[in-house]
Design a protein around this ligand. Structure first.
Ligand code: GDP
Ligand code: MG
Length: 171
């Protein structure tokens, strides 16, 4: 049997946006409230995407790395999930600079990525409108998902990871 392809995905975004919660939701379909925010972890995960077995290696960054560490992670990955928190405008504003850094590091290749606005269960505290996320994703020519690691009813979290795998494999 042929070895299933391996895809390296790295999750980026300001500390506190819910990167660890999203990764754990994707891997376990559960929500865990508290993670050590300084922890960086990698996970291996097997999935079937469009009837094909894929092995993912997922790097959950801490979001507090210095530039050299960030660049190292960006060289490591094949695809990237850029996460912001819909209740934290500052986290949204950090997405474009992250994207520029990615482009610089990976030039001249274009970089497979998806944009995720997390914590959409906290509608009352929202600071970033859905349309703003859509616009940014259009500028970056990538897929966009609003989701919630703690109330992932439609399965948007898994969809974001799977779409990124597809995007990587299309390149
Ligand atoms: P990270 O620093 O980006 O890894 O963020 P964490 O995954 O550690 O999450 C930061 C905080 O946000 C924790 O208190 C989580 O419980 C909370 N959190 C993460 N995702 C969600 C979400 O979708 N909805 C809500 N309400 N809280 C979330
Ligand atoms: Mg974390």
């Amino acid at each position: 049997m042929a070895k299933s392809p391996e895809v390296k995905l790295a999750v980026f975004g300001r500390a506190g946006v819910g990167k660890s919660a999203l990764v754990v939701r994707f891997l376990t379909r559960r929500f865990i409230w508290e993670y050590d925010p300084t922890l960086e972890s990698t996970y291996r995960h097997q999935a079937n995407i469009d009837d094909e077995a894929v092995t993912m290696e997922i790097l959950d960054t801490a979001g507090q790395e210095d530039i050299q560490q960030k660049e190292g992670h960006m060289r490591w990955g094949d695809g990237f999930i850029l996460v912001y928190d819909v209740t934290d405008r500052g986290s949204f504003e950090e997405v474009a600079p992250l994207r520029s850094l990615l482009e610089d590091v990976r030039r001249p290749k274009n970089v497979p990525l998806v944009l995720v606005g997390n914590k959409c269960d906290l509608e009352h505290a929202r600071q970033v409108a859905t349309e703003e996320g859509e616009r940014l994703a259009a500028e970056m020519a990538c897929a966009f998902y609003e989701c919630s690691a703690c109330a992932d009813e439609g399965g948007a979290v898994a969809e974001a990871f799977h779409e990124l795998c597809r995007e990587v494999r299309r390149r």
